[in-house]
Design a binder for this molecule. Structure first.
Ligand code: ATP
Ligand code: MG
Length: 341
């Protein structure tokens, strides 16, 4: 039996999902999901609360059985070959999975033993991973005394003990402050550098952009878009330039004027009356510079010009024409950087 699924272009698929369905009573948590993650790449699964992200990760890691459909991880079927499959994956769940009462070292050692490592190997692996995730100084302290970021790093370390080929990360940075988020991102990038294939779920476009090359957008159990992240960004307008005139009366004239500038390929502006600004979707640095240049040259007094990545809500709006199902406010605009005033 071949263990490897080949896709039509010849790239090796580490995770293959076809027509996956899972219902909870009336709720269709997964309603026919298809996706492929190629070996050595990172797939981001982006979706709001209740989209079905955790359900997908739980099925792929054999914690939950699907109602129908098929999924394989490095060729092992989630339903028929759960034991083999578990040996090649790592999982960092949405909620901390370490034992709070136990010290960091102890947590890692015990997981190593559960994975059938010898006492010596489990000890060595625990030391190694604590070092790697900068937790050596905290090794002997109970995990309950760790900060959110340290706990998340311990979770990641725990998922690496069995040297997984495929790693599932369920919202690895939700609830973390920006600095800690960056630390976790750096660790994930290192794992990918080591050749691990990653499927991560997130509510943040910025996170997907940082870590993933491919993106699957899910809403209410359905895939609503997928593809290379650059393609999807282009589809949803990439960055947006937010121009706020000092005088709100100039809002609409300013939007019309930017539309009339004739900058090559520039998408139509939108007026955000609530925030007193004009949003200009920009696809390239050239477009961005051209708009900023034209607006400042015109001499309109501006309160601010900022660039921002599309929020999850904006991604949904442009892909589906409607706002994300629930709690899209959990992921408002991801980044803002001043370019000039
Ligand atoms: N054990 C369960 N029993 C009943 N309904 C469930 C159960 N688990 C999940 N659901 C429902 O299935 C849907 C998908 O849930 P899931 O946890 O997969 O979403 P999610 O994308 O991970 O959301 P979040 O971003 O909040 O973590 C939701 O409507 C949820 O209420
Ligand atoms: Mg979840």
């Amino acid at each position: 039996m071949t263990r490897i699924d080949k896709n039509p272009r010849g790239a090796t698929s580490a995770v293959t999902v076809r027509g996956l369905v899972k219902h909870y009573g009336e709720t269709k948590a997964l309603d026919g999901v298809d996706l492929d993650v190629h070996e050595g790449t990172v797939m981001g699964v982006l979706g709001p609360n209740g989209a079905g992200k955790t359900t997908l990760v739980r099925i792929l890691s054999t914690l939950l059985a699907p109602d129908s459909g098929r999924a394989t991880v490095v060729g092992y079927d989630v339903v028929r070959q759960p034991r083999q499959l578990r040996r090649v994956i790592g999982l960092t769940g949405q909620y901390a999975s370490v034992d709070e009462k136990l010290p960091g070292w102890e947590n890692l050692y015990l997981i190593g033993r559960l994975l059938d490592l010898s006492r010596k190997d489990a000890r060595v692996r625990a030391d190694e991973l604590l070092e790697r995730f900068s937790l050596t100084d905290a090794a002997k302290r109970p995990a309950s005394t760790y900060s959110g970021g340290m706990r998340r790093r311990l979770d990641l370390a725990a998922s690496m003990i069995g040297r997984p080929q495929v790693l599932f990360l369920d919202e690895p940075t939700t609830g973390l402050d920006p600095r800690t988020r960056n630390e976790v991102w750096a660790e994930v990038k290192r794992m990918v550098g080591d050749g691990v294939t990653v499927l991560l779920t997130t509510q943040y476009m910025e996170e997907a952009e940082q870590l993933a090359s491919q993106l699957t957008v899910v809403d209410r159990g359905k895939v609503i878009a997928n593809g290379a992240i650059e393609e999807l960004k282009a589809k949803v307008g990439g960055r947006a330039l937010r121009v706020r005139p000092a005088d709100p009366a100039q809002l609409r004239p300013l939007a019309a004027w930017i539309d009339d500038l004739g900058i090559t390929g520039l998408a139509t502006t939108a007026v955000d009356a609530g925030r007193g600004s004009v949003l200009v979707p920009v696809l390239s640095d050239e477009q961005l510079t051209a708009v900023v240049g034209a607006v400042t040259a015109r001499g309109i007094t501006l309160a601010s010009i900022t660039t921002e990545l599309p929020s999850l809500d904006e991604v949904f709006l442009s892909l589906t024409g409607h706002r994300a199902g629930t709690a899209a406010d959990a992921a408002t605009a991801d980044t803002r950087e001043e370019v000039s005033v």
